[in-house]
Write a protein that binds this ligand. Sequence first.
Ligand SMILES: NC(=O)c1ccc[n+]([C@@H]2O[C@H](COP(=O)([O-])OP(=O)(O)OC[C@H]3O[C@@H](n4cnc5c(N)ncnc54)[C@H](OP(=O)(O)O)[C@@H]3O)[C@@H](O)[C@H]2O)c1
Length: 220
Amino acid sequence: MKIGIIGAGNIGGNLTRRLTALGHDVSVANSRGPQTLTALAEETGATPVTVAEAARGAELVVVTIPLKNVPDLPSGLFDEAAEGFAVLDTGNYYPQQRDGRIDAIEDGGLTESRWTEQHIGHPVIKAFNGTYAQDILDKPLPKGDPRRMALPVAGDDEVAKKTVRDLIDELGFDTVDAGGIDESWRQQPDTPVYGLRAGVAEVAKALAAASPERPEAFRA
Ligand SMILES: NC(=O)c1ccc[n+]([C@@H]2O[C@H](COP(=O)([O-])OP(=O)(O)OC[C@H]3O[C@@H](n4cnc5c(N)ncnc54)[C@H](OP(=O)(O)O)[C@@H]3O)[C@@H](O)[C@H]2O)c1
């Protein structure tokens, strides 16, 4: 699959590593430009590109940057993406440590991914937001292994959600359908499923146990 990854940090870097190892055609961008991505490109065979080029021809675009930087993404970002492309959003709102206050999330009641959708102008599928970056490299297991970890996946577009769930399966993880983006508070920071290393049944149970109230630690 042709995949564009925007963000080459902990998550974007490790997704680049695993997706190239699986044979996908990966382009990767960061904020400083492709000349700063030569080491990752040499290591993985991914193509370093500018943000504006990242979605060109992509069937899947991964947005994996700090939430506060989402509004900086250029308009027309997806103009040259493949027809029917999906967007995977790994983002979290960390108001105290990183992002500062975002009123639309804190007062407006928007889920973090709905806010991101509004900025990028395209529906997203939310996954990996509660996964430790290192687990992307260390925890993949074959389908059917009883120790295989499951990841919650939320999104409104069922076709895009299936694309992402199939890819996560290929990456070595089970998935649990976590509903639509309005329900994706169930997997935001400090919920029972956030950072949970467990299989399908426990992940489903943790999603069901979540509270929609934003925890104090994740308010500005
Ligand atoms: N770390 C984790 O274990 C983890 C787990 C789950 C979810 N997440 C979430 O996933 C997202 C990414 O986290 P991370 O830990 O991978 O972040 P990170 O290590 O800080 O890396 C952020 C990346 O985003 C790039 N970036 C920032 N602004 C950009 C822009 N305007 N255009 C293009 N690229 C931009 C940075 O580029 P430069 O290097 O050039 O500045 C960097 O490559 C965050 O929302 C985070 O909360 C993280």
